[in-house]
Ligand binder design. Structure first.
Ligand code: NDP
Length: 487
């Protein structure tokens, strides 16, 4: 069987590039090349802009309720094709089917549905100013771009395009080079649902294609999901044409477990927040601060459940709950952090090695890893690893642990486990993070705004306010009286 080659998706169809340049995409669980993708060369880039201009002209003049109706059809198609799309995500990312089947497509569809519902409800204002008055209109920005990470490829494409399209913008999306297929599937679904050609385009390639999007003067906004360092480059480049930006970046988030907490629940949160999607989640609570009084109980249960309940293997096997990391390179990076943890004096409670499960012997697996005896100055406690590596620390004073939790330039997420309602709110209000959980961890419904404090981001995705990030306000003053002129 020949290996498929996917082209860029422009103006409602696949378009062949002129350079002939392609790149290979591997299944992280098998190390096999599963398909090739054509790079968006200058011809494709130019075509994407022309296509988006045409798409914008058609889409932005439709009424919000018409746009909403079409987007809801896309939502229905996403849900109808859940299993097919989930399989695409498993093959591209290495994550378990168990997760993709109920999370990736569903949470993507939820967000488009949410913004499709909100679009017709967006209203301007009017106010009398003497006998004259003014009114405002919420107008789309024009052509917006999205640049995605590889951990939730389809979901990220939905989370960015949902509000952008609902508000009447055209979109050009660049998925990560590691996971290009989900966005193509979404583009096909939009066309099938009736979104006009050119409204949602997919360009493929690595950093250079991303850079082009951030530089293009025809693009009004870039919404980026990725590493802090890349985010800084994107903001700097977008400044050249004063583009609006949304930045969803990395984190090193704390989870505080007080001595009155339900310890089993706290262990569940710590495991979900470190081992779900094999640790490749931006909001992960990779710094777990446990009160000294419950520390032993916490790590005993954590060790047992990590060693007994996690099943690594072929991600398509529905019994497997722990998949392969995205690439060999990333596997090596995660292992280098584990080596650093050991050399800097942390103790391995469990894991700390690569895995080669019988059902997926060539996959890029790293065992779920827990370090104890950690200190705040260790590299594994300070830097985002983006793999299944948890650091456990202890505390006995509330003010002190808040100070330690906040002592980082990142501020994406945070969590608190306690049964004391006053303490829960008092502590969470002092934590410097944009996405917070009390006696819970990781849930991110469409209705809830998400985004980072400090260097973890700019702007928000999801929630009502995101529509404002994809519109601009036009003020219109209406003269009802004669103009008084000194001239
Ligand atoms: P990267 O920053 O490496 O890449 C993100 C995207 O940017 C990719 O599509 C990449 O292309 C592209 N890119 C790379 N360089 C440039 C550039 N100079 N200009 C424009 N685009 C560029 O992140 P990863 O893909 O490695 O994703 C992991 C990171 O994403 C983690 O830090 C994680 O915390 C963060 N993340 C944040 C989320 C949030 O909501 N806050 C959610 C998910 C992940 P290519 O990869 O094809 O080279």
């Amino acid at each position: 069987m020949t290996t498929p080659v996917y082209q860029n998706f422009i103006n409602g169809h696949f378009l062949k590039n002129q350079s002939g340049e392609t790149f290979a995409v591997k299944n992280p669980a098998t190390d096999d090349v599963i398909y090739y993708v054509e790079v968006a060369d200058a011809f494709i880039q130019n075509a994407a802009i022309q296509s988006a201009k045409q798409g914008f002209a058609a889409w932005s003049t439709m009424s919000p309720i018409e746009r909403s109706r079409i987007l809801l059809k896309a939502v229905a198609l996403l849900r109808e094709r859940n299993d097919l799309l989930a399989k695409t995500e498993v093959l591209d990312t290495g994550k378990p089917w168990q997760e993709a089947e109920c999370v990736d497509v569903q949470t993507g569809a939820d967000v488009i549905e949410y913004f499709a519902g909100l679009a017709p409800a967006q209203v301007g204002q009017q106010q009398m100013v003497g006998e004259d008055f003014y009114y405002t209109r919420k107008e789309p920005l024009g052509i917006c771009a999205g640049i995605g990470a590889w951990n939730y490829p389809l979901q990220i494409a939905c989370w960015k395009s949902g509000p952008a399209l609902a508000a009447g913008n055209a979109f050009i999306f660049k998925p990560s080079e590691e996971t290009p297929l989900g966005a193509i599937k979404l583009a096909e679904i939009f066309i099938e649902a009736g979104v006009p050609a050119g409204v949602f385009n997919v360009v493929q390639g690595a950093a250079e294609v991303g850079q082009w999007l951030t530089q293009s003067a025809d693009i009004e906004k870039v919404s980026f999901t990725g590493e802090v360092g890349t985010g800084k480059k994107v903001v700097a480049s977008a400044a050249g044409s004063l583009k609006d930006v949304t930045m969803e970046l990395g984190g090193k988030s704390p989870l505080l477990v007080f001595d009155d907490a339900d310890i089993s629940q706290a262990v569940s949160a710590a495991m979900l927040g470190n081992f779900y999607t094999q640790g490749e989640i931006c909001t992960n609570c990779t710094r777990i601060y446990v009160h000294k009084n419950v520390y032993q109980q916490f790590i005993d249960e954590l060790k047992t459940r990590t060693e007994e309940n996690i099943i690594a293997g072929d991600p398509l096997d529905p019994n497997v709950n722990f998949g392969a990391l995205i690439s060999k390179k990333h596997q090596q990076l995660v292992m280098s952090y584990i080596d650093k943890g050991i050399s800097e004096g942390a103790t391995l409670l469990t894991g700390g090695k690569t895995l080669s499960p019988a059902s997926a012997p060539n996959g890029y697996f790293v065992a779920p890893t827990v370090f104890i005896d950690c200190t705040d100055d260790m590299t594994i406690v300070k830097e985002e690893i983006f793999g299944p590596v948890m650091s456990v620390l202890t505390f006995d004073d509330e003010d002190d642990v808040i100070h330690r939790a906040n002592d980082t330039h990142l501020g994406l997420a945070a969590g608190v486990f306690t049964k004391d309602i006053k303490r829960a709110h008092r502590v969470i209000h002092q934590l410097q993070a944009g996405i917070c959980w009390i006696n819970s961890y990781g849930n991110s419904p469409a209705e809830m705004p998400v985004g980072g404090y400090k260097q973890s981001g700019i702007g928000r995705e999801n929630g009502i306010e995101t529509l404002d990030h994809y519109t601009q306000t036009k003020s219109i003053y209406v003269g009802m009286t004669n103009i008084e002129s000194p001239f």
